[in-house]
Design a protein around this ligand. Structure first.
Ligand code: ATP
Ligand code: MG
Length: 490
């Protein structure tokens, strides 16, 4: 889920959760307090119907008024008064009867409360008047009705309703709801903030730790943050960056390693013939070679070794030029089939002397053209054929040059029936200085640059080179060249 959506949902939840919870708590608290009010006013049948209860109270009070009008003397009758008092108890009410200025009836507790209070004068009010007592923290509601006693004196009835339970319940309800709102807000806010912030902050801090590790140069770990949001995407990009950095560092280390190996190989390959040359020169100088025959033998060896060193230096120069892609290719378009046949004719004579039969086998009828540097391509083919001869272990050797076409390319296969290459060795034969014979110093000679150079030349031409071999049976070296349609040549 995206961070944007998460924030939006949390905002909605922040609104809905407190409202819903407050409504639920409000409902139950309301029912509870309404029950409490009901207990205080049993005359209010069901407090849900407060208006009905109030109407009943009014109706009862109307009866009292009626009684006051018809038979005012009743208000001096103890029996009648106590009956009225009992009925009024249902409404948490009581009453006061005043004759002229003298209170002739009131419950003692009520009398105590209204003592310090000037009840309204006769005729002053004929409606509800709230009395606020100093002794209790809520009010009394006063209903006044004036009448005349039969002796002509002024009479007032005050119906007093104790509103305190209602006010108290109401206040408690308000307090409960307020506290509930605060608690719910704190909990909802806290929880949502914790969840949302946690889902953002945690992966961020993980990412920060990863960045610090990378800064310290540690790249051997995986940044594994699975959130499916913007931070997840960022972590992904970060992981990609770490991988690339690690790859480039590995390549750099590999280069460094190669460079060291290369230097060691060059030193070794130069040192060996030069040591030989030095030995033979010393032999001549010190008179060890004391006959013209011996001297000639020594001179021949010196010459061969010098040629080897010269060849090695040439190969090295060529390889480094190829390695830096600085070898200029002099491209010309040739009929590859014709070119290979000509080259084969050229090599045939030498090979026959070494008991190796070379033949050409094209699987294509038409002419195929390719853009090549003639000299370099010859170097490639000669290198491969030389290897075939060099690593030949059969009395009758064969080398087949096979031409095939695939889509946009020509595939040249040079196949021999020599000693073959073991499976372990095969992946390395194109590496520079790699030689199957680890002693590097046998009759086969060579520096191990032959196939590395050949492969580089082919790659410079936009082709590929690979090998297949069965140990003891023979080897096939393949290379490809871009096939140009004959129409493009002219
Ligand atoms: P250079 O070619 O520099 O004189 P080289 O022949 O040893 O030396 P590459 O031509 O690069 O070097 O060949 C690398 C190795 O691959 C050889 O040492 C040899 O072990 C193996 N190899 C190459 N061609 C063949 C082949 N046709 N048959 C068997 N082994 C081969
Ligand atoms: Mg070779």
């Amino acid at each position: 889920m995206s961070i944007k959506l998460r924030l939006l949902l949390s905002y909605i939840a922040l609104l809905l959760v407190p409202i819903t919870l407050t409504a639920i708590v409000g409902y139950f608290a309301g029912s509870y307090y309404i029950g409490a009010v009901h207990e205080a006013y049993p005359g209010f049948d069901k407090i849900h119907d407060v208006r009905q209860g109030v109407a009943r109270q009014y109706a009862f009070f109307s009866n009292i008024k009626q009684a006051a009008l018809i038979s005012p003397e009743k208000f001096q009758d103890e029996d009648y008064l106590s009956k009225v008092e009992q009925r009024l108890a249902d409404f948490n009410s009581s009453f006061i009867v005043r004759k002229n200025d003298e209170i002739i009836y009131a419950m003692p507790a009520l009398l105590e409360i209204v003592k310090g209070y000037n009840l309204p004068q006769f005729g002053e009010y004929e409606h509800e008047t709230p009395i606020h007592s100093k002794d209790i923290d809520s009010g009394l509601l006063l209903n006044q009705h004036d009448f005349y006693f039969s002796d002509g004196s002024q009479g007032s009835i005050f119906l007093v309703t104790n509103m305190e339970p209602i006010w108290r319940s109401f206040q408690e309800l308000v307090n409960t709801i307020m506290i509930t709102i605060v608690v719910i807000l704190v909990i909802t806010n806290g929880t949502l903030t914790y969840l949302v912030a946690g889902s953002i902050v945690k992966p961020l801090s993980k990412l920060k730790d990863s960045a610090n590790r990378i800064k310290e140069g540690d790249l051997d770990f995986e940044i594994n943050i699975n959130s499916k949001d913007e931070i997840g995407e960022l972590s992904h990009a970060f992981e990609e960056m770490r991988k690339r950095l690690k790859d480039s560092l590995d390549i750099q280390l590999q280069y460094e390693e190669n460079r060291k190996e290369l230097l060691a190989n060059i030193s070794h390959d130069l040192k060996t013939p030069i040591t030989t040359i030095k030995g033979y020169v010393e032999g001549i100088r010190d008179g060890v070679a004391d006959t013209p025959n011996k001297i000639e033998k020594y001179m021949n060896t010196i010459y061969t070794k010098t040629v080897d060193v010269d060849q090695l230096i040439d190969d090295l120069l060529l390889f480094s030029k190829l390695d830096l892609s600085k070898l200029p290719l002099h491209l010309s378009t040739i009929d590859i089939s014709k070119y290979l046949m000509d080259l084969l004719e050229e090599l045939k004579f030498d090979l026959e002397k070494k008991n190796v039969a070379i033949k050409y086998d094209s699987k294509i009828d038409e002419s195929i053209f390719a853009m090549v540097d003639l000299m370099q391509l010859k170097r490639v083919v000669v290198n491969i054929v030389e290897n075939a001869v060099k690593y030949m272990d059969k009395p009758q050797g064969t080398v087949d040059i096979i031409l095939e076409k695939s889509e946009e390319q020509v595939v040249v296969e040079i196949k021999d029936n020599g000693q073959g290459i073991s499976e372990d060795t095969l992946p390395y034969i194109f590496d520079r200085f790699y030689r199957g014979d680890p002693s590097r110093n046998t009759a086969t000679g060579g520096s191990g640059l032959g196939l590395a150079i050949a492969k580089k030349i082919i790659e410079e031409h936009g082709g590929r080179m690979w090998a297949e071999s069965i140990e003891g049976t023979g080897t096939s070296i393949f290379f490809t060249l871009k096939n140009i349609r004959s129409g493009d040549v002219l």
